[in-house]
Design a protein around this ligand. Structure first.
Ligand SMILES: Cc1cc2nc3c(=O)[nH]c(=O)nc-3n(C[C@H](O)[C@H](O)[C@H](O)COP(=O)(O)O)c2cc1C
Length: 406
């Protein structure tokens, strides 16, 4: 069975060394203008040397008002960034490792204070975590502009040597906001029925195909988002079929909205110390309020379960509905489970995020048999602290402690 995981395999013409993919992980390693840095290149080289099947980059922004409020997002919004990305893809390709760029617009899951623009969304519904102001509901013209900017981003990614792109349709960002009836309350041709909610995605595929033919466009989508009237697996399966019709190269199955905290990247306990110290929402609370809130939050706020393989059942249902490759992410952290998923289900690939933060060479260790389990303790400090600092494993210690170098 191990052979199935470590056999060479092709995904929409992209050649992978094995079936274990690095899921998109915001690195926070761009410069102030969204250009990728040397530090980012070094991280990708470590991943490639470490034996990963393919790298999906952290989300890159397609336009300025869709930039994350987390630190230093890479942007793919202008042609002058292409040469810098080309250096990265050339370096990664030296290790025969494909690299796919994830592209995104954050919609209402960002802050106008950081982007310098009003936040926008399918409908004017405030995100209780992110938004100080009500987001603006997008006009028809603005939606068209966003579609065109996604397509231009795909063209740039292709010119920059990426093996494909992945549209971020998950985690409550703009395209997920369109797909979920929780956040899309429009009554025009962009909301209401599944077909209408999907229209923005279908237009991106249509215009990208017109310009770039078979260039691989993958997606990461929510199979469920836990929101009232939000995405459920039945609708996700219908959307998966529509994606296949649109010419999607592969579907990565995930869940949840970022603003719901630790639903999409799970932890046994709420990482309350880090949340209180680093999230813009709570870090300025007075000390006594934090001292009171931390133990209550840690001990009494129940966390979503299960902690492991939590998207597997949903991914199996998606795979049963389509003929294109399906990737499953979420709480996969050991080689036995990977062998089991690849050997005993029809799922084509697994992807991991946090295991690669602590050990970029985890796949090589799995392959050699020197390690069977990730060392990640799922503290989620990496995700919280990256509001201010580039990606790093903190191993459950706030930065004044001893961070584990990545
Ligand atoms: C620090 C950090 C950054 C992340 N950045 C992204 C991102 O840019 N795009 C994305 O689709 N998911 C992102 N995620 C979510 C992961 O890709 C993944 O879906 C989630 O962590 C569950 O997988 P895991 O259990 O293997 O960590 C991020 C997660 C973490 C911890």
């Amino acid at each position: 069975m191990t052979n199935a995981v470590f056999e060479r395999v092709s995904l929409a013409g992209i050649h992978l060394k094995n079936r274990i993919i690095r899921s998109a992980t915001h690195e926070g390693m761009a410069d102030d203008n969204g250009f990728p840095t040397e530090k980012l290149k070094k991280l990708y080289i470590r991943l490639a040397k470490g034996g990963v099947g393919a790298i999906i980059t952290g989300y890159a922004g397609v336009q300025a008002d869709g930039k994350t409020c987390f630190v230093n997002m890479t942007m793919i919004d202008r042609d002058d960034k292409i040469p810098a990305y080309l250096e990265i893809t050339d370096a990664v390709h030296e290790y025969e490792t494909p690299i796919i760029m994830q592209i995104a617009h954050c919609g209402r899951q960002t802050r106008s204070k950081t982007t310098g623009f009003p936040t926008v969304a399918p409908s004017a519904i405030r995100d209780m975590f992110y938004n100080e102001d009500m987001p603006k509901a997008l006009s028809e013209n603005e939606i068209n502009e966003i579609i065109n900017n996604f397509v231009s981003a795909i063209e740039r990614a292709k010119q920059a040597g990426f093996d494909g792109v992945q549209l971020h349709l998950a985690h409550g960002y703009l395209l997920a906001q369109f797909l979920s009836s929780y956040s899309n309350r429009r009554s025009d041709r962009w909301g209401g029925s599944t077909e209408n909610k999907y229209r923005i995605v279908s237009e991106i595929f249509k215009r990208a195909k017109e310009k770039m033919g078979d260039y691989p466009v993958l997606v990461k989508m929510n199979a469920y988002d836990g929101r009232k009237k939000g995405m459920r697996i039945e609708e996700a399966v219908r959307i998966a079929r529509m994606l296949e019709q649109s010419g999607c190269a592969a579907i990565e199955v995930s869940c949840g909205f970022i603003s719901d905290g630790f639903y999409l990247l799970r932890s046994e306990h709420l990482p309350a110390e880090a949340v209180m110290a680093y999230t813009f929402k709570y870090k300025d609370f007075p000390g006594f309020a934090k001292a009171f809130a931390i133990p209550i939050a840690k001990n009494f706020m129940t966390q979503p379960k299960p902690l492991l393989k939590y998207n597997l059942n949903a991914a199996i249902q998606v795979k049963n509905a389509v003929n294109i490759p399906v990737i499953v992410v979420g709480g996969i952290n050991n080689i036995d489970d990977i062998n089991d998923i690849i050997g005993n289900t029809k799922i084509d690939f697994v992807s991991m995020c946090r295991p690669f933060i602590i050990e970029p060479d985890i796949v090589g260790k799995f392959k050699k048999g020197t390690q069977t389990q990730s060392k990640c303790i799922m503290c989620n400090y990496c995700a919280i602290i990256q509001e201010e600092k580039p990606l790093k494993c903190y191993y459950g210690e706030l930065p004044k402690g001893e961070p584990v170098e990545i």
